[in-house]
Unconditional design. Sequence first.
Length: 260
Amino acid sequence: MSNALLNEETLQMDSPIEEPKGLRSRRERFPSSEEFITIRGVARVTRLLFALLLIGGFIGWAITEVSPAYISLPRWYIPALLAGLVLCFASYLKPSFARILAPIYAVVEGLLLGSITKLYEYSFEGIALQAALLTVGVFGTMLWLYSTRIVKVTGKMRRFIFGATFAIMGVYLFQILMYFVGVNFQVPFLHDSGPFGIVLSLVIVGIASMHYLLDFDLIERAVEAKAPKEVEWLAGFGLLLTTIWVYLEILRLLAKIRSK
């Protein structure tokens, strides 16, 4: 999910052999800079984005009202969701604007996550902390697997992850479309809390988690290729997107398990 932003083009990592028609021509997408991307810089940007995400989350939680008679997403949910999509696509089309758009996106997405989390927490007490801790655990595990080279990112792995992700997003978009056109249709097992529904959620969590490996791989290659320092914002943005997806899927999985 994150790698629409973190790819070879936006991270400026063409082969040196193809530099005249690739890397050199596409560096114009970023302002000229003598500084290059660093792991420390990516970590700094990522910490800032996650801080803004948490601030937005606290606000979203505070302004969302729930009660035994009223458990529903707030009216501003759809506009905020659309705003997040616009910001994401704008960052992909104009990478040099990521340092401006990424912080805004973090706050907007924080509002959404805070609201969604409160609804889940009202129905399943303690689920928010469980989902947050598991998300941190997934991040740490993926980082360990990548850094120790227990899991190596290959072309075949990339194709598998992208293919599975497109399939999942296709199912989600179809379900959303059915909702907006007023058709009462549920994709089989997607919302089911039975064994098949739980297994499906586990698979989706696994696919989402594997995007961390792609993120780490592309960041490492960007550092080796001395990509422009502005790319740090895209890298942080990509990690933010992956973490949000993993958190939401874990939240759904825990809700399915506890609803039994």
